[in-house]
Design a protein around this ligand. Structure first.
Ligand code: UDP
Length: 369
């Protein structure tokens, strides 16, 4: 007898982190899987779906210019109702903490369909950081029936909140499965500024897109980058700029035309992981990139005041620096004084998993359903 599952996803990181689970379900004889894309982010989501050869059975196309959280939540909820009623899956899988994931879990709950939460239990204990993700994931924890925690720390957060230990499982993070799979593929051509490097420069990779960093914090981050290229003549910075207009505008205003700072749009994932592997230092406010940095053993400055990934900080790979220019410059300079241009990248044990999280999740679901 087959198990009918529906997977709801809407953004690039959800697609990256759910691809290993969906692909494993497609290989498995027991599961039949319906993929529902909300389209919360359009281009960045589609790029990842193509990379992993995933074809949504349904697409809600919710994205609008300047969409608000009200728009996304209500459109996803209303869009899912007829699909979940028609398909009547035995379980709905959601991942992480996006508004699509929250609305997906809520829609399933309204229809009394069990919810499985992939990457459960991350917490900052600060309602507004990250916003709205901290509350999205807490609400998903209330709605979920099975909680797949990436680490023991995340598991303990859930147990402390009163969730039964029989429903919480430590599986590792599926991002490690995805990263491992893509790194095994041959490297595609790298973008022009990287391809032209001679090998003597040290590459620093930057991303910043969190809502809490829009405006002045992002300007301070940009100022720190200018100071770093001034201080280190062999440093080249590649900033993969998120498509959100509030991010694009500030970054281009602050950094356009600065020598040795290259501004690209979002980089396709299969290229991005090879750039990560070439970098000596990463500056980011992204969640997934913190986990990838740990798996590649790359030092990373976390451009946030709090992180829900303390395991990487404890491992000495992540450095929580906030967004004050002087703190970023001081910590980046300290790290840059110690890293060589030809630093080798090797796959290394990561607090976030061993690349087999998806298999564990399916095994548990198979047993429980
Ligand atoms: N990523 C990518 N191209 C980019 C920037 C990020 O493919 O230009 C990948 C990155 O490797 C990670 C994921 O996107 O796997 C993280 O997404 P994002 O930073 O948007 O979200 P978060 O992880 O903060 O939820």
């Amino acid at each position: 007898m087959s198990i009918k599952a529906a997977v709801v996803l809407g953004t690039r990181p959800e697609a990256i982190k759910l691809a290993p689970v969906i692909l494993a379900m497609q290989r498995d004889q027991v599961f039949s899987c319906r993929l529902i894309a909300t389209g919360q982010h359009r281009e960045m989501l589609d790029e990842v779906l193509r990379l992993f050869d995933l074809h949504p059975d349904y697409d809600l196309h919710v994205m609008r210019p300047d969409q608000s959280l009200f728009d996304v939540t209500s459109r996803v909820l209303l869009g899912l109702q007829p699909i979940l009623e028609r398909e009547a899956p035995q379980v709905v899988l959601v991942q992480g903490d996006t508004t699509s994931a929250f609305a997906g879990a809520l829609a399933a709950f309204y229809l009394r369909i069990p919810v499985a939460h992939v990457e459960a239990g991350l917490r900052t204990a600060d309602k507004y950081r990250p916003f709205p993700e901290e509350i999205n994931r807490r609400m998903i924890s209330l709605l979920a029936d099975w909680h797949f925690a990436p680490t023991e720390w995340a598991q303990n957060n859930l147990l402390r909140e009163g969730i039964s230990s029989e429903r919480v499982f430590v599986t590792g993070n599926t991002i490690v499965d995805a990263l491992f799979e893509i790194l095994q593929r041959p490297s595609p051509p790298l973008p022009e500024p990287i391809a032209r490097l001679t090998g003597r420069e040290r590459l620093v990779l930057v991303t910043a897109h969190r809502r809490e960093n829009w405006g002045e914090p992002l300007r301070r981050i940009c100022r720190a980058l200018r100071a770093l290229v001034d201080a280190f003549q062999d440093v080249v910075i590649l900033f993969a700029v998120h498509l959100h207009p509030r991010v694009q505008r500030v970054v281009h205003e602050e950094l356009e035309g600065i020598p040795r700072i290259f501004l690209l749009g979002p980089v396709p994932y299969e290229v991005f992981v090879h750039i990560l592997a070439r970098s000596v230092l990463i500056l980011t406010d992204s969640g997934g990139i913190q986990e990838e940095a740990c798996s590649l053993g790359k030092p990373a400055l976390v451009l946030r005041e709090v992180t829900e990934r303390p395991e990487g900080v404890e491992a000495g790979i992540l450095h929580l620096v906030g967004t004050k220019s002087e703190h970023i410059v001081a910590e980046a300079s300290r790290l840059l004084r110690n890293v060589q241009a030809d630093q080798r990248t090797a796959w290394r044990p990561s607090p976030y998993g061993d690349g087999h999280a998806a298999e564990r999740i399916l095994r548990i679901l198979r047993e429980r359903l």
